[in-house]
Design a protein around this ligand. Structure first.
Ligand code: BG6
Length: 477
């Protein structure tokens, strides 16, 4: 075990997203969002990729975001538990539709602004640094209906207004920001990532990359505004990371793996380096895509580069050019990946690869030479409450122990790291499946996939383990 690799002010903590925890989906003046239209079950996936039948919740479906884990009403109790674990930081997102219920309202909604004021005060009272994502998957539904969401340039202006509103309001409370959660998700789950809905005959790739351009410009404008309004703040991007391995050393496989990684790096290359990379221009040309830019966009991108690279890491990916190997695309993973015979998988089929975490962190740092912030990592598992009323989640401890150790190695490799906020420190709704059963927490929430349960909170075995990790600054794993 390595010793003393974590910086002394390392931000240990956990990460949440408004749509997966808050519930209260129409309380306090909040408007409907994309995620409020995503039920659990088979339909969810179809909607996530942009096949949307209705802009209202449908009869007979269960919508997990509507109550979620009721964080909106219970955040004080939850934050007290995070404080007991010794959290230095909590990553949350602001729901755009709490601040601007329709997304294009003239005035912000005071009740929504007040909710986050109170939430940040509660965190600060416990000495917990708020780390805030401006957009974590939930687009106000009115923007989807009225403008076609991010396919429309109008969203850039609306997002800028929203960002400036929250920067001004929370400038004395929030010093760590991120623009778009997992911005590369737009290419994989376009409705979740960007509120994109497709019609028959749409050139999906064209729409996705145009929407990506709009998000990239919006991100750059938010970075610029943040630096002007809160000069002592840091603002980052957020990538769904995980290196793609070539299945063999056949150069065709190696090249394909590089291309797969570039699909994701494309976003961060623009957000961190401030310009479209050459390989993207070639990709657009080869695929007959034309990205409409406005005069001044290039300069905006150049001047709106991020301060740090936030990323999520759950596991690595693998690819091949061999049609036989390609038949074993692993199930359950948002990023299509061939099965890696060297790795175990989670119950949901996600590859488990702690060494890949070290590799990915090194790869990102080598590429961008900016501090990294691990803002998501963890194991989704179906915990069982024993007859004694306990959750003995040794498998989770094992996963986290290996990943935190790998992160420590990366730091010793010279990678600058701001902090580590593990995903879902309290059980929350799964983004991809909508289940409650897929749990990541140190704290168990009594609620099932159908919405039954008291919503009571209970510490799991991992609670004390993580508390000790934080108390020893990562020495006792
Ligand atoms: C990331 C998202 O994709 O992974 C989170 O930023 C999400 O919102 C997390 O919850 C884990 O995925 P899932 O599908 O297990 O909830």
């Amino acid at each position: 075990m390595t010793k003393n690799s974590f910086p002394k002010d390392f931000l240990w903590g956990g990460a949440l997203a408004a749509n997966q925890v808050e519930g209260a989906y129409l309380e306090g003046g909040k408007g409907l969002t994309t995620v409020d239209l995503m039920p659990t079950g088979k339909k969810r996936w179809d909607i996530a990729i942009g096949n949307v039948e209705s802009f209202e919740p449908m009869e007979g479906e269960f919508y997990p975001s509507h109550v979620a884990i009721d964080f909106y009403h219970r955040y004080k109790e939850d934050i007290a538990l995070f404080a007991e674990m010794g959290f230095k930081a909590l990553r949350v997102s602001i729901s755009w539709a709490r601040i601007f219920p329709n997304g294009d309202d003239q005035e912000p909604n005071e009740a929504g602004l007040k909710f986050y004021d109170d939430l940040f005060d509660e965190l600060l009272k416990h000495g917990i640094e708020p780390v805030v994502t401006i957009a974590h998957f939930d687009v106000p539904i009115h923007l989807v209906e009225a403008y076609g969401s991010w396919r429309n340039r109008k969203l850039v202006e609306l997002f800028e207004t929203y960002s400036k509103t929250i920067f001004k309001r929370y400038k004395n409370k929030v010093k760590y920001w991120m623009t778009f959660n997992e911005i590369n998700m737009l290419l994989h789950l376009p409705f979740i990532g960007a509120g994109l809905v497709f019609n028959e005959g749409d050139n999906k790739l064209q729409i996705q990359y145009q929407a990506a351009h709009h998000q990239l410009v919006a991100s750059a404008l938010a970075v610029k505004a943040c630096h002007e309004i809160i000069p002592d703040a840091k603002i980052g991007c957020m990538l769904a990371a995980g290196m793609t391995y070539p299945y063999t050393c056949n150069p065709d496989d190696v090249y394909k793996a590089m291309e797969k990684d570039r699909e994701s790096f494309f976003f961060i290359d623009v957000q961190s380096r401030g310009e479209y990379p050459g390989y993207a221009k070639r990709f657009f040309k080869d695929n007959g895509l034309t990205i409409e830019m406005e005069p001044g966009d290039e300069e905006l991108l150049k001047n709106g580069t991020v301060d740090y690279i936030g990323f999520s890491y759950y596991g690595s990916r693998a690819t091949s050019t061999d049609p036989e190997i390609l038949k074993q695309i692993s199930s359950g993973n948002v990023f299509a990946s061939v099965e890696n015979p060297y790795l175990e998988k989670s119950e949901w089929g996600w590859p488990i690869d702690a060494k890949g975490f070290r590799i990915t962190a090194n790869q990102l740092y080598d590429r961008y030479q900016k501090p990294l912030f691990v803002v998501e990592n963890g194991l989704g598992a179906a915990d069982v409450v024993t007859a004694e009323g306990e959750v003995i989640d040794d498998y989770r401890i094992e996963y986290l122990r290996k990943h935190i150790a790998a992160m420590g190695e990366a730091i010793q490799d010279g990678v600058e790291m701001i902090g580590y906020t593990s995903w879902g420190p309290i059980d929350i709704v799964s983004a991809s499946t909508g289940e409650m059963k897929k749990r990541y927490g140190y704290i168990y929430v009594d609620r099932d996939n159908e919405g039954n349960g008291s919503l009571n909170r209970m510490k799991k075995k991992s609670f004390d383990w993580y508390k000790n990790v934080i108390a020893t600054n990562g020495e006792n794993l």
